[in-house]
Design a protein around this ligand. Structure first.
Ligand code: ADP
Length: 672
């Protein structure tokens, strides 16, 4: 426009045409003289302001209210600067509409020059940028709110910000945010600015439902609900009286949904006259309820995080556990409170690596170092136990498990957890000791039942020895002494002594309290040892002991003394069950065999009898401690036997025998 040259003033007819054209242009057209005084205003200009040309031409506009008083000084200043520079330019200002509303305009002005290049006049065009400017402002506001959410500002502040945004963008509308309660049935007041408290208190706690005003219905139906006239619309019934009493005549609500589709609440807008929302109103509402749901979801997940963090801290404290992580490249070490508890070190400020290492028991330091280095070089998980020494010299045992991985930054990282297992280990040790003592006591008790038989077993060779020694003395006293007979007697004495020693040896080994030691052993040998000890007593009771032992039975890993105890228990139980049955059923049959499964080979021992059987037995409690049907029973034989088997990685079970009696069977896996 600046270089358009006008030859002369427009002729009257042409001027009329020009005015017609100018009046058709969108925007408010004006022109001014070279000195800046307004000469011409288009019809749209006059219609917009509702003022006569006379009220604005010349410099009259500077004293009228057509330009917003806050913008007038700037406009005058820029207008002067443009004229001084003789250049085209633009400025923004609020212009008063006929109804008194100020709207933002962009005012463009450009000079028109004569043939000599002098500014002859100015032409201007004012374009309405109010909607655009407001939209821009809203985007800025929305971005500010999103930034507040990202910064983790309290959700109450953000919700109020959203309400303010809606209310400032739409004159006369009042916003309210309601959140769905944990019960998922009622809405709770969360934010409002211009709605009176006497009204928000009424809608607080409103039930959601298919016809529950606008917010309750929107939350129920998960869709926009519009009540254009609260007085007339049946949907308005629930809060009609209160709404009307507060001058609220229309309302519309949008449900707020989480990213996974849960209803979080409802965003409501009220108007003071019956109406339906304009498209722009709904767009604004949609954006604002979206921002609000982001804020709510964020605060809910933060709350959940806080809660789970609190649970974690409590669980760590209860279990004596702590977690840690270390970015090995940055040497950035982080640890939970639990680690501080275990180490007996404050973790704020964080202890140094040296402080932590100094807690490790000297005797374990090298091993721990090796283990960590090893795991580091293999990039594998690690799991080890070591001792810690506290400030006061107390020793703790910790178990550390962890693994190496590459973190989001691409750095090697170690993550893990440590557990104080001092008390657990102590309890386990005590339990093991108690179990060993109990096992031993049970063995001694069982053996006690054999005392008579054992005494007899030892007595027999002793009597033979005495008889042989007497005989030897007699042969020596003969004249000449019969040395051949003496040798025979002495050889017999030796054999009997050996026999007595063997009996005592077997008893001593069964009575020993040495800790269980697993070694390759043959179940057949274990059985034979026990049979030698028990058979004489059973024979005396008229019970036949039969053995069907598989030749070349594979060895198993086990403690022979403990396995003997099991066999002894099973044999004595079988004998006990056979005591009162007819003589032909009094037998104990021991058989060994091997089974093979996909998981491996197993050695079995079945101890069968044809005694009273298991009919009268509570089979579910057969292996329970202190379960006994005997008058003088302890009820510990079977549970101890089963626990011995379990410690051997084996099993022990019982079933009825065919015909009469019971079969107790055990199996132990053959090592690969
Ligand atoms: P106790 O022999 O001291 O009773 P056990 O634990 O060895 O303790 O056995 C528990 C119970 O199991 C016995 O009281 C008995 O009722 C039953 N029982 C064990 N072995 C047999 C068996 N071979 N036949 C029938 N019942 C048996």
């Amino acid at each position: 426009m600046s270089r358009v040259s006008v030859a002369s003033e427009p002729r009257p007819q042409a001027e009329g045409e020009l005015r017609g054209i100018l009046d058709m242009l969108p925007g408010l057209v004006w022109s001014a003289g070279a000195d800046g005084s307004i000469e011409f205003l288009s019809r749209r200009w006059r219609d917009y302001t509702g003022k006569d040309e006379a009220e604005l031409v010349g410099w009259a506009w500077t004293t009228s209210d057509v330009i917003h008083p806050d913008d007038l000084a700037t406009v005058v200043e820029i207008w002067a600067a443009l004229r001084a520079a003789g250049k085209e330019g633009r400025m923004e200002a609020r212009l008063r509409r006929a109804d008194g509303v100020y709207r933002w305009f962009q005012i463009q002005a450009g000079p028109v020059r004569d043939d000599q290049g002098e500014v002859a006049r100015w032409w201007g065009l004012n374009g309405d940028i109010d909607d655009e400017k407001q939209a821009r402002a809203r985007v800025v506001d929305e971005r500010r709110l999103l930034e507040m959410i990202a910064r983790g500002e309290p959700s109450s502040v953000i919700l109020e910000g959203v309400v303010r945004l809606v209310e400032s963008a739409s004159s006369g509308q009042r916003a309210s945010i309601l959140l769905l309660d944990e019960d998922k049935l009622t809405l709770r007041h969360a934010a409002a600015l211009t709605l009176p408290r006497s009204y928000t208190e009424v809608i607080d706690g409103a039930a959601i439902g298919p016809e529950a005003f606008s917010c309750g219905t929107a939350a129920w139906r998960r869709e926009l609900v519009v009540i254009a006239d609260i007085e007339a619309d049946p949907l308005g019934a629930m809060f009609r009286a209160s709404a009307l009493a507060h001058g609220l005549r229309a309302c519309w609500s949008m449900p707020m949904l989480s990213s996974d589709g849960r209803v979080l609440g409802a965003f409501g807008i009220y108007a003071t006259e019956p109406r339906t929302p304009a498209k722009a109103d709904l767009e604004l509402l949609e954006r604002c309820s979206h921002i609000t749901s982001i804020a709510i979801e964020r605060s809910q997940s933060e709350e959940a995080l806080r809660r789970s963090e609190a649970y974690r801290v409590e669980a760590e404290r209860l279990s004596g556990t702590g977690s840690f992580g270390c970015d090995l490249l940055r040497r950035d070490f982080s640890m939970s409170d639990g680690i501080g508890e275990i180490l007996g070190l404050p973790i704020h400020p964080r202890p140094t690596i040296e402080q932590i290492l100094s807690r490790i028991h000297e005797g374990d330091r090298e091993r721990v170092g090796d283990l960590v280095r090893q795991a580091l070089s293999d990039g594998r998980t690690f799991d080890y136990e070591h001792r810690l020494v506290m400030e006061d010299g107390a020793v703790k045992l910790v178990r550390v498990v962890g693994r190496f991985r590459v973190n989001a930054a691409g750095h090697p990282e170690i993550v893990g957890a440590a557990t104080d297992i001092t008390a657990t280990r102590r309890a386990a040790d005590e339990l093991e000791r108690a179990q060993a003592t109990l096992t031993h006591v049970a063995r001694v008790t069982t053996l006690g039942e054999l005392v008579a038989s054992i005494a007899h077993e030892v007595n027999q060779p002793l009597a033979a020895i005495v008889a042989d020694a007497n005989a030897a003395l007699n042969w020596l006293a003969a004249d000449p002494p019969d040395l051949g007979r003496v040798r025979e007697s002495l050889t017999a004495i030796l054999g009997d002594g050996e026999r007595a020693a063997q009996v005592l040896h077997r008893i001593r080994s069964l009575l020993s309290r040495s800790p269980p030691r697993h070694q390759p052993c043959c179940l057949n040998d274990v059985i034979r040892d026990v049979v030698r000890l028990v058979a004489p007593e059973l024979t005396r009771q008229g019970i036949v002991v039969q053995q069907a032992l598989l030749a070349d039975l594979p060895h198993v890993l086990g403690d022979p003394v403990q396995l003997q105890q099991v066999v002894l228990n099973l044999m004595l139980n079988a004998a006990e069950a056979s005591k009162d049955v007819p003589p032909e059923r009094r037998r104990v049959v021991l058989s060994t065999f091997v089974t093979r499964r996909s998981s491996g080979a197993f050695v079995h021992l079945a101890v069968e009898d044809a005694g009273v059987g298991l009919d009268a037995i509570d089979s579910a409690r057969l292996f329970d401690a202190f379960y006994t049907t005997k008058e003088n029973g302890l009820g510990m034989g079977l549970p101890i036997s089963r626990s011995i088997l379990e410690r051997h990685g084996g099993t022990l079970w019982a079933r009825p025998n065919e015909g009469f009696g019971a079969i107790f069977e055990l199996s132990i896996e053959v090592p690969a």
